[in-house]
Design a protein around this ligand. Structure first.
Ligand code: ADP
Ligand code: MG
Ligand code: MG
Length: 937
């Protein structure tokens, strides 16, 4: 007999059915509430309705499983018992909240309803119980605002016109009441005024929605449960899922929880905190709180929140009282909970708490979103404190977070000279500059047109996610460090400044104005910009690490690879990873950059690059002379002239890498690429070579190919012009011998490109052997350290890898060409059809960006296997763009390559990705050994 499913999980009063590792079923919120109960942390009792109910609800025409009603009733009875109150009871009324929570955190993207169970019947009882009519009427008006908006309007699918939503209309009534009574803030309204307001609300709800506000507690409860499930498919939630890649079928759980009240007077409060600073990673308890307020007030940015403690007061919050000062015993208790949670979860937690008449309650804990800087600092410091292992530290930082530290910042020199427009809270790191736009839709549209934009909003609003994603930076006038948009921006590592209160942002007029005079205590008066108005499309620059806004387009600069925390973190990654990391570098300067970023060698030097760019005039001229030669003798003479340039270029790169391996690829492109096209240029060349324009033209025509990608290139050049190969090989080996004579070490790896049969390698090997002998005798050496290998970039080479390895001491997979030829896609022409392939899901990803593991990957796996069968010690690497792509790097790890090679700036990312791949292996090994996993650890 099939056991009936458990749909409802109780927590509270020292007992919980769920656990932290049950996020799939209970959502992050429900699972962690249960876990906190196990940790003996004070949590208001409640129960979680599982994500399976949500899935069921959507699969069955928005109906619940029939067992649900009874299960909810039973769990609710448990909550009543734990709290000593009864839901819907006139004398001892219990109020609850109904909270959404998916497996993955989706901050603010779904709905939560508070104060459920307040009705005309329970209000008098609540007033008697609390002795605080003002609080009760305030709670009731909040319920009406939230419930009418979330349940009666949104969940019912009503889409009101702009500004006509029920919530906005109720807010107008409240503003009206505040104005009429001269109240500055919500807290200034009296009990009587709030009671009258509630009466007005009731009328308004009936008028706008056409239905009375529900006066039955059970009806309110089930309405809210349904609305939470509905909010899984709300517009905000859907677009957030698209961006974050969260599957639509996960569903949300709903937690129903006894209410505790932070708005019962000055001995009550609510707050949000991070166990460490989420922007900098500093190991200091960091948070914000508000006295006499209810949950959402802090995050909504309605009132400016106070800092949690003295240590974390900022320039902007110096004058505000901290919880540490106002309620020392409660603060101490909170610190103890913070320590307990960090020790237990071994990661930074993002927590919500409420203080009801001096009693502390925890309402949420989850792993906190953080900036890249913070992620690295926390990983390193927790590793130092032995809270986590190297493997865990490596796994904690995403490649995107690491990338943030490798990203551009505003040029500090330019910043020093620039006038600040305003100052806000540093919510997301790095520098950004762009044109001002005022709506999320504009941010998307302008970005699509190729414009860099900064999204300016009065307040942080979760409906803006798509625009926030598109924008290069985000700026808001309101909101704190824990506001939803700050949270989202931080998660994405996006440059963001919130709470720049001095700015007047007018979204209708599309202007942002900074008033004259000193504002923001941290700013130097004489550097004030004065009153200034920026319009849509004007340039603006943000320093998200410091929270400073500038008018105009400030220059940006590259970050510092010598940052000590970064060095320590990557050092730990290096200990974990098995894959080597090299860089693709074409000249001594790139080689030096690659080393600074930690490259352990060069996986690809494209020799042809010495013919482009600065200082290339003479070598290019000589190369052209060689190309235009008519006889082997002429060609040999031109090669001899070119030789010193090639040798010195190679020597420079070998020297920069100082004993690290350097893979030098012999000339790869078809020769016509080097012959000038225009008549002027051709005439010039003819004159300097002392030949006729006719000669140049004829040669250019002769070199013309109808399909150069598959034309006379790579090893095929070496086969027809052995003297060209010989010249390059001699340059490599003599440069090596010279460096040795100078007491330096150099390990070149000669790489023969575009091969498809071992016979091509054998053909070139004859030249290599001859040159080697000559160099040895010229320098009086017995041996020279170097390898000879090939690039595997043609499917036939991969298929015949067993034969190729007879001659090749190493393989380097050239995955750009291998993808081109494996798919038969010309990389330069995919623009016409790739978007359709992706939209129609014919391909999951652009195979030129992330390696196609199924097809091209199979060629690689086969190539490695067959190659190593012939030559067990065969060294294998990758040198396409894929060498810097984390998913592709994980593949290379699994395929047992020796190294990946990528562009110098991607080297740190590759070191991290390689460590993560190895850490995953280690994790899988431990799991297989059957080591019991610590619950919730
Ligand atoms: P979100 O996922 O958007 O943070 P939450 O479910 O956490 O939504 O709730 C929103 C706010 O309401 C939070 O500040 C939370 O602390 C508060 N809240 C939720 N349930 C309760 C409760 N039972 N008692 C007091 N405050 C609550
Ligand atoms: Mg929350
Ligand atoms: Mg190639």
């Amino acid at each position: 007999m099939a056991k009936t499913k458990k749909y409802v999980y109780f927590f509270g009063a020292g007992r919980a059915d769920g656990r932290a590792d049950m996020k799939e079923l209970l959502g992050g919120k429900g699972a962690n509430l249960a876990e906190m109960v196990h940790l003996k942390i004070p949590v208001p009792a409640g129960f979680t309705i599982t994500t399976e109910v949500c899935t069921y609800y959507y699969q069955n025409g928005r109906k619940y499983p029939k067992e649900l009603k009874a299960a909810v009733a039973k769990a609710l009875a448990g909550v009543e018992k734990a709290m000593g109150k009864r839901f819907g009871d006139a004398a001892q009324p219990l109020l609850v909240s109904c909270r959404s929570g998916a497996r993955a955190s989706m901050p603010g993207m779904m709905e939560t309803v508070l104060n459920i169970g307040l009705t005309t019947a329970t209000i008098p009882g609540m007033i008697r119980l609390t002795g605080n009519p003002r609080f009760v009427w305030d709670a009731y008006r909040r319920l009406m605002m939230m419930y009418s908006d979330v349940v009666m309007e949104k969940a019912a699918g009503i889409e009101p016109a702009e500004g006509k939503g029920i919530r906005t209309q109720l807010e107008h009534l409240m503003d009206e009441m505040k104005r009429a009574s001269g109240a500055k803030s919500d807290t200034d309204l009296s009990a009587k005024q709030l009671e009258i307001l509630c009466g007005q609300f009731r009328e308004k709800v009936r008028e706008v929605i056409g239905k009375p506000f529900p006066e039955d507690a059970q009806e309110q409860l089930w309405g809210a449960i349904g609305a939470v499930f509905q909010s899984w498919n709300g517009r905000r939630a859907i677009s957030y899922r698209r961006i974050e890649g969260i599957p639509d079928d996960w569903g949300t759980a709903t937690s129903v929880q006894a209410m505790v009240f932070g708005n019962m007077g000055s001995d009550s409060a609510t707050g949000v905190a991070f166990t460490r600073n989420p922007a900098t990673g500093e190991n200091k308890f960091f948070g914000e709180w508000l006295a006499n307020a209810q949950g959402e007030d802090v995050v909504a940015g309605i009132r400016t929140p106070n800092p949690l403690n003295i240590a974390t007061k900022g320039e902007q919050t110096q004058h505000l009282k901290s919880l540490e000062e106002v309620m020392p015993p409660v603060y101490k208790q909170l610190v103890a909970i913070r320590n307990k949670l960090e020790r237990h979860y071994r990661d930074m937690q993002d927590i919500e708490f409420t203080i009801e008449r001096g009693k502390l309650w925890m309402l949420q804990t989850r792993t906190g979103k953080r900036t890249g800087t913070a992620a690295i600092r926390m990983a390193v410091e927790m590793m130092r404190d032995r809270l986590i292992t190297k493997e865990t530290a490596a796994a904690r930082v995403t490649p995107a977070q690491l990338d943030e530290l490798l990203h551009r910042i505003l040029d500090p020199k330019a910043e020093q000279k620039a006038q600040a427009l305003a100052k806000g809270l540093p919510a997301g790191p790095g520098g950004a500059t762009g044109r001002v736009v005022f709506t999320a839709a504009d941010a998307v549209a302008w970005t699509e047109r190729g414009q860099a934009v900064i999204l300016c909003r009065k307040e942080t609003n979760p409906e803006d996610v798509e625009g926030m994603r598109a924008a290069g930076g985000i700026l808001t006038a309101l909101g704190g460090m824990t506001s939803h948009a700050a949270l989202v921006a931080r998660g994405w590592g996006k440059c963001c400044i919130v709470g720049a209160g001095a700015l007047a942002i007018d979204a209708h007029a599309k202007t942002v104005t900074a008033p004259t005079g000193p504002y923001g205590s941290g700013l130097n008066k004489d550097r004030m910009a004065g009153s200034k108005t920026l319009r849509e499309g004007d340039w603006i620059s943000l320093n998200g690490s410091r929270g400073i806004v500038y008018a105009g387009q400030l220059p940006t600069v590259d970050p510092d690879p010598e940052n000590p925390l970064l060095v320590e973190f990557l050092g730990a990654c290096d200990k974990v990873r098995r894959l080597g990391v090299r860089a693709n570098a074409d000249n001594p300067r790139d080689a030096a950059t690659a080393r600074r970023f930690g490259a352990e060698g060069i996986g690809l030097v494209r020799t042809e690059h010495m013919f482009y760019g600065e200082g290339a005039d003479q070598p290019l001229f000589l190369l052209r002379k060689m190309i235009l030669s008519k006889t082997p003798e002429e060609r040999r003479a031109a090669c001899d002239e070119l030789y010193p340039y090639v040798k010195s270029d190679i020597r420079g790169t070998l020297e920069a890498m100082d004993g690290l391996p350097v893979t030098i690829r012999l000339l790869d492109p078809p020769l016509h690429e080097f012959v000038p096209q225009g008549e002027d240029k051709q005439r010039e060349l003819a004159e300097s070579l002392g030949i006729t324009l006719q000669d140049v033209r004829r040669r250019a025509e002769a070199l013309h190919e109808s399909n150069p990608m598959m034309g006379h290139r790579g090893v095929r050049l070496g086969v027809t012009y052995p003297e060209v190969s010989e010249m390059q090989i001699r340059a490599i080996l003599e440069a090596t011998a010279e460096l040795r004579a100078a007491g330096k070490r150099a390990i070149p790896e000669i790489m023969i490109p575009v091969t498809c049969t071992v016979n091509e390698l054998k053909d070139q090997q004859v030249i290599i052997e001859k040159v080697k002998k000559e160099v040895l005798s010229k320098f009086g050496l017995k041996k020279l350290d170097f390898l000879v290998g090939t690039m595997i970039e043609i499917p036939r080479a991969a298929l015949t890898a067993g034969r190729m390895a007879e001659a090749a001491e190493f393989f380097s997979f050239g995955t750009n060409d291998l993808t081109q030829m494996g798919f038969g896609f010309s990389r330069d022409d995919i623009g016409a059809f790739m978007p359709d392939y992706l939209n129609k899901k014919i391909l999951a990803a652009d195979p030129f960006q992330t390696l196609d593991q199924e097809g091209v990957g199979e060629l690689i796996r086969m190539g490695i296997e067959r190659g190593r069968a012939t030559r067990p010690g065969l060294k294998v690497g990758i040198c396409g763009e894929h060498g810097g792509d984390p998913a592709s790097i994980a593949f290379c790890h699994k395929a047992a390559m020796n190294y990946v090679s990528c562009s110098p700036f991607r080297v740190p990312i590759a070191r991290l990705a390689a460590a993560q791949a190895a850490a995953k292996d280690a994790g899988a090994r431990t799991a297989k050994k059957g080591t019991p996993r610590k619950r919730g650890g």
